[in-house]
Structure formats: structure tokens, C-alpha cells
Write a protein that binds this ligand. Sequence first.
Ligand code: SAM
Length: 222
Amino acid sequence: MTDTSDHTDEFSRLRAHMVDEQIRARGVRDERLLRAMMDVPRERFVLSGRVADAYADRALPIADDQTISQPYIVAYMTAQLEPAPHCRVLEIGTGSGYQTAILSLLCEKVYTVERLASLAVEAKERLMEMGYENIAYHVGDGSAGWPEYAPYDRIMVTAGTPDVPAPLVDQLVDGGILVAPVGGEREQTIVRVTRTGDKTKEKYMLACRFVKLIGDHAWPES
Ligand code: SAM
């Protein structure tokens, strides 16, 4: 398969297989989330030369040396975020926009921040063309959050950071949840942070590998 236009049935079959074998089988049970993963055509978010791999059980390259995350990691992190229909969600690292699309189906509004303008523009065009409307886009350093629309009910970071950036915790509502890959440059652990008043509780969940979150409150640009 080299294009996405004439293979709708085959992609739907691959998507259903992905949801059953990679996600449900690994213990994700949230039916709203599973439906969202079934709804979003991942083949539209990968590089044109990689559509045949769109439903493979791994991350794939996108432009600018970045990646679209493995479907299971997208599902796992989204499940940990506990997205509810009333939630306003801040997403750091728009990338291809795939995770943004999943969140947009599950929440009231998604505020997504991408450091690289070319990726942000492409993702916005793609998501608008596909009819996802409840998304606000921003190009900038997401390690500083997006203070203009804070506080957020949920925050999802989709790039690896040495620590949870303090401005993100500040921009979380009381009772809010933040999910981020935290650790070294090559390997991290998915961390779930819950905020209660001025206190936070961190739970380390699952080993993972993400590209770096580069910014004032994360990794320096090399
Ligand atoms: N969630 C994306 C998807 O579904 O395609 C994948 C995100 S990719 C693993 C990580 C993204 O974070 C890259 O697009 C990268 O440019 C972006 N990024 C890195 N540092 C950032 C920062 N400080 N602020 C915003 N985005 C950043």
C-alpha cells in the first residue's frame, strides 16, 4: 500500500486488529478510548512512504527527525490521563497530530503546543481537513506550557523530559492529572502526576523511549 485513497477497508481491518491485539490484549479496557483508537485513521498521520507500516506495533519516523508514537503507548498514556468529556487538555508535542486527534474525540477542548513550526502547520492542516474542530494550536516551547488558557484539567507531554517541568504543574487544576515520559535522553518512564492543592503525587508506570522535549524547562538544544 502506497497511498491512503483506495484502501479504506484494508486500513479499517488493520486498525481493528491493532486495537484488539496491541491495545485491548495488553489490558486497556476504556471503551471510549478503544472507540477513539478505532475511529482515527492512523495512515493519514504517517509519512506517505510508510503507510504500509501505519498499524505496526512501534513508533514511526515523521518529518524533522521526530516520531509518531507506538499505538499502544498512545493508548496507555491516554488511559492514564483519564480524559473525561468535560476536560480541557493541554498537549505538549503536537508532532503528526495523531495523539491530538485521539484527545479531541475524548475531551471538550485540546490545546496543543509544538516547538517546530513546520510540523505544527502540517498537523493543523491535516486535522482541520479531517474535521477535528475542538483544537487550539500554538508554536512555541511547551515546557513552559501555554499560560494564556491555563489552568488545564489534564496535561499530556509526548516528548521525553529529565523532570516534570514546573510550569506545567502550575498550570494544572487542583485535582488535575499530568502524564509525561520522564528520565534520561534515551529511556524514560511514563509518569502520572496528580495535583491536590499545592501537593503532587507521582507514580512511575511504564518504560518507554521518546524523542527529547527541548526547552527552557526540559533538555537544552544541542
Ligand atoms: N504526539 C505526537 C504524535 O502523535 O505524532 C508525537 C510527538 S513526538 C514523539 C514529540 C514532539 O515533541 C516532536 O514533534 C517535537 O518537535 C516536540 N517537542 C519537543 N520539544 C518540544 C517543546 N519544548 N515544546 C513543544 N513541542 C516539543
